[in-house]
Design a protein around this ligand. Structure first.
Ligand code: ZN
Length: 271
């Protein structure tokens, strides 16, 4: 696992976790996700850390899950068990872990935050968005009814959740703020400073009181069914993968033969 994929730093009682794969728009491969979860765990276990910031290097917060698995992934014979096992851990499992870390967390989002990108931003307690941020979950185009962690209905309300799923369109930062999905919209150049200022303000409060405040809100959401709904909708998500596999032998609806040809065309010619 490369520590460079996600950077970690603690200063002024604030842990800063930084996605650091800017050349790939912070697309999430398994190593990045495992390292990211390890960073959250470090922040969770460090008594000096009172607030956690999640941000991203480069133009974009995250373009989602890295679908370019290479030849081995295209050739692999997938089963529902494989997918369920992997996604239970590194998608819905990690996101629920981060949501439940008993310290306030703030995501700072710029550029695109697509599909799997939402799985990193939504679990944070607060979201500060740059004025160029765009949020979307266009996976209906791949035969799936939404990403693994169903924050949609809770974050957007039922009608907007359905609209963005049905159409695949992105919402911008102002629209996200209007429905309560983000707390603040700031100019792109001010994203880091505004997020840090907010984190410092929160870090000045008593950590136990902060923990109880977070628990009060999260427990209320759970009494309304949040965690159970996320688990149940994850099973619906897996049904989408199962359907795609019966249709094209791959976990999402793609033209598998075209994908294999594209991968083969990039391989060096055999001597
Ligand atoms: Zn999935």
């Amino acid at each position: 696992m490369s520590d460079d994929l996600v950077l970690y730093d603690v200063a002024d009682n604030i842990a800063t976790i930084t996605l650091n794969r800017p050349e790939a728009a912070n697309a999430q491969n398994p190593d990045l996700l495992h390292r990211l979860d390890a960073c959250w765990t470090m922040a969770e276990n460090d008594d000096d850390v009172k607030v956690i910031i999640l941000n991203a290097n480069g133009k974009h917060f995250s373009s989602g899950h890295d679908m370019r698995g290479g030849d081995s992934q295209a050739a692999k014979k997938w089963t529902v068990q494989d997918i369920y096992k992997i996604e239970t851990r590194q998608y819905v499992g990690y996101s629920l872990h981060w949501r439940n870390v008993p310290k306030p967390s703030i995501a700072a989002v710029q550029g695109v935050c697509i599909a799997g990108g939402l799985l990193l931003a939504w679990p944070c307690d607060l979201i500060v968005a740059a004025d160029n941020a765009k949020f979307s979950d266009p996976v209906v185009a791949m035969g799936i009814g939404g990403v693994e962690y169903h924050g949609h209905t809770w974050e957007l309300g039922a009608r907007l959740a359905k609209e963005i799923l049905f159409t695949g369109r992105a919402i911008n930062a102002e629209e996200a703020k209007a429905v309560g999905m983000v707390n603040r919209v700031v100019p792109l150049d001010d994203l880091q400073s505004a997020t840090r200022e907010l984190a410092l303000e929160i870090a000045s409060k008593h950590p136990w009181a902060l923990r109880m405040a977070k628990r009060a809100v999260n427990q209320t959401l759970d009494i309304q069914g949040f965690t159970n709904a996320v688990q149940a909708v994850f099973d619906v998500h897996t049904l989408g993968h199962g359907h795609a596999m019966t249709e094209c032998g791959y976990p999402v609806l793609v033209d598998l033969e075209a994908m294999k040809k594209e991968i083969a065309s990039k391989e060096p010619a055999k001597a």
